[in-house]
Design a protein around this ligand. Structure first.
Ligand code: PAF
Length: 303
C-alpha cells in the first residue's frame, strides 16, 4: 500500500443508499477508484447519482463492480441497512474467505461480531457516522449535514494500512481502539431520533422544538443511560441528552432513516437499534418502558 498512489487504491461500496453514496463521493474526490455493488443495478455498468445541498453537490458516476474488481479491491464499505448486512456479505463470501478488509457502516449493533465470527479470515471494521443524507428523488441525494465518523476494528486493534487515506477522505473522521463505545453512542442517538421521528412523522429538529417531543427525548435518554451504565460501557462525561441534542441540532432538516423507511413502506432497523438496547436491558434487569413501547409499535408495523 505504501508504494501505491491514491488512484491505484480501490474500494467497493456495498449498498448504494444515501449514506453509501456520500462516502463513495468522499473517497472518489481524493482520487481513489470507487466501485459500487448494488443488486438492483447489477445489469447496468455505471451507477449515476446527483448530490445536492452541500459542498459535494454535483453529478457523479461509478462503475458497477465486476467480480474481479471486488477481488482486487483494498477494502469494502458495507453501507446497507442493518437488516441486510449479513445477507449482503453472504453474497460476497468467496471474496471474504480470501481475507478482505470490510468496513461495516450501518446503524445498530449486534451484527458486527457475527460477521467477524462467520468470516474469520476477513478483517471486519465498524464505522459509525452522524453524516445525514436522504434520497429526495430517485437518483438525487440531499446531503443535509456533514457529521463525524469514527472507525475501529472489531476483534483486532491494529489499524489497517489504508487508514491514512480513509482519514484524509472522510471529513471529521478518527480511529478508535474502542469502537464499542462509539457504537453505543450512535446506538443512543438512533434509539432516540429514529423511532420518535418515524412515530411523529417529523424532521429531526422538531424533537427539540416541540416541548412534548423534547420530554420524550429526555425520558429515552435516561433509560439508555441506565442500560449503558449497567453494561459497563465506557463513555464520555457528557449526558446522552446533550449528545443527542447536538446531533438533532446538526441534522435539524433531515428526515431520519427510519422515518424514510416507514414512509416508503420498507422494513425498519428497529431490531438492531431499539431491539438491541431492550435485549441488553433485559439481561441486566433494567426497566426501559418507553423504548419497549416504541419497539413493539414498530414490530407491529413490520408484521
Ligand atoms: O439514521 C439516521 O437518520 C442517522 O443516523 C441520524 C444521525 C440519526 C440522522 O438522521
Amino acid at each position: 500500500m505504501d508504494s501505491k498512489n491514491k488512484s491505484s487504491i480501490s474500494c467497493c461500496i456495498l449498498g448504494a443508499g444515501a449514506i453509501g453514496m456520500i462516502f463513495a463521493v468522499y473517497l472518489k474526490r481524493i482520487g481513489m477508484k470507487v466501485y459500487v455493488i448494488h443488486h438492483r443495478n447489477m445489469p447496468r455498468t455505471v451507477f449515476e447519482v446527483q448530490l445536492r445541498d452541500s459542498d459535494l453537490s454535483g453529478d457523479y458516476s461509478f462503475e458497477i463492480a465486476a467480480p474481479e474488481n471486488i477481488m482486487g479491491t483494498d477494502f469494502i464499505v458495507a453501507t446497507t441497512k442493518a437488516t441486510e448486512v449479513l445477507n449482503a456479505l453472504e453474497g460476497m463470501q468467496d471474496v471474504l474467505k480470501n481475507g478482505s478488509d470490510v468496513v461495516i457502516l450501518s446503524n445498530g449493533m449486534g451484527f458486527h461480531e457475527k460477521a467477524q465470527e462467520i468470516y474469520g479470515s476477513a478483517r471486519i471494521f465498524a464505522a459509525t457516522t452522524t453524516e445525514a443524507a436522504h434520497i429526495s428523488q430517485p437518483g438525487i441525494i440531499s446531503h443535509s449535514a456533514t457529521g463525524r465518523t469514527v472507525i475501529g476494528g472489531i476483534s483486532h486493534k491494529k489499524s489497517p494500512n489504508w487508514l491514512p487515506i480513509w482519514l484524509n477522505a472522510i471529513p471529521h473522521s478518527s480511529w478508535t481502539q474502542d469502537i464499542k463505545a462509539a457504537l453505543w453512542e450512535k446506538l443512543a442517538i438512533n434509539c432516540v431520533i429514529n423511532p420518535l421521528t418515524a412515530s411523529y412523522k417529523c424532521r429531526n429538529g422538531e424533537l427539540i422544538e416541540n416541548p412534548m417531543l423534547k420530554e420524550l427525548v429526555k425520558e429515552l435518554c435516561l433509560e439508555i443511560e441506565m442500560v449503558r451504565d449497567a453494561a459497563n460501557i465506557p463513555h464520555t462525561k457528557e449526558p446522552i441528552f446533550d449528545i443527542v441534542s447536538q446531533v438533532i441540532f446538526d441534522t435539524t432538516t433531515n428526515f431520519s432513516s427510519m422515518f424514510q423507511d416507514v414512509e416508503a413502506g420498507r422494513s425498519t432497523e428497529i431490531e438492531s437499534i431499539t431491539g438491541y438496547l431492550v435485549r441488553v436491558a433485559s439481561q441486566f434487569k433494567i426497566e426501559v418502558p418507553l423504548n419497549k413501547k416504541l419497539l413493539e409499535k414498530f414490530r407491529e408495523h413490520c408484521s
